[in-house]
Ligand binder design. Sequence first.
Ligand SMILES: [Cu+2]
Length: 128
Amino acid sequence: MFRVRFVLATFAGAFLLIAASSAFFGTVAAELAFDLKVAHGRVPDAMRLIRVKQGDVVRLRWSADQPVTLHLHGYDIEKQVEPGSATDLAFTAYATGRFPVHVHAQGARPEGHTHEEEPLVIIEVYPR
Ligand SMILES: [Cu+2]
């Protein structure tokens, strides 16, 4: 009987610990939107690193001064952005890690391409 109670107490303790730590770190996934303006092939320095947490719904709202094809690596999402209108690139950040957004040449294929240039933006997804 003592053993059963001990196990239950341990279980309750572990549960409390999980509840407390998730309250501290924020367990609820957020919906996050970022406005990113590409001018002369760059975004402002303050927007070059985007940090989110695993499970967040991330919406990148792109605008550009000239037509550009963007490629989010890892998640492998490609978007065409035309000047004069914003284009959303949205995804749920299931995978953790560091994911660059590159500019592709118009008409280039995503398979087997190389990226010599610096990424436009880097997205870091942290474990929740
Ligand atoms: Cu690419």
